[in-house]
Design a protein around this ligand. Structure first.
Ligand SMILES: [Zn+2]
Length: 172
């Protein structure tokens, strides 16, 4: 009985301890929107179906619960559309299709660039939103093929091996 209590205490301590930053592609302990293994998001986007798909994809991993904000919850992540077209004749990939940098009073933002996403397919939009939500989960860009966290205009909509590996390393 005593042992069971000790084991339980150790388990609780392990679960409550700050996430170690030893994981590759981890942005760092404060660079995410997760609080107590939850992200409460608010705001809106034109691409609400793609956003729902992005939320379901990451929720499928099971360790962090991502859900819409309710009256009493803390607002962890704001979703909003921006309209930042690329300069005429410019062929690079700036401004980006989505951004997850920036915060106000501790609330992280995902900015969805409708000027760019307008020309994307539904799968490419879903990939972009899933990618940005990956950043809100503290995952950096992973420049390995067949991963959502790879940068660029791609139509992959499900998580890749490395996406999952990094998520598990950070969130268990
Ligand atoms: Zn990125």
């Amino acid at each position: 009985m005593k042992y069971k209590i000790i084991i339980l205490c150790i388990l609780v301590l392990v679960l409550l301890s700050p996430v170690a930053s030893a994981c590759s592609y981890h942005m760092g302990s404060n660079e995410h929107a997760v609080k107590l293994k939850k992200i409460h998001w608010y705001g809106s986007t034109t691409y609400s179906n793609e956003w729902s798909a992005a939320v379901s994809t990451w929720n499928g991993m099971g360790s962090v619960t991502i859900k819409a904000d309710h009256l009493l919850s803390q607002k962890d992540l704001k979703i909003l559309d921006v309209d930042s077209p690329r300069p005429y004749g410019y062929t690079g990939d700036w401004p980006s299709a989505g951004y997850s940098n920036g915060s106000e009073n501790g609330t992280k933002h995902i900015k969805i660039n409708t000027a760019i996403l307008y020309g994307y397919s539904s799968n490419e939009r879903t990939k972009t939103l899933t990618h940005e939500l990956g950043h809100a989960l503290g995952i950096k860009d992973i420049n390995i093929d067949n991963n959502i966290m790879r940068q660029g205009r791609l139509s992959q909509t499900s998580l890749g091996t490395k996406d999952k590996e990094v998520y598990r390393c950070i969130w268990g």
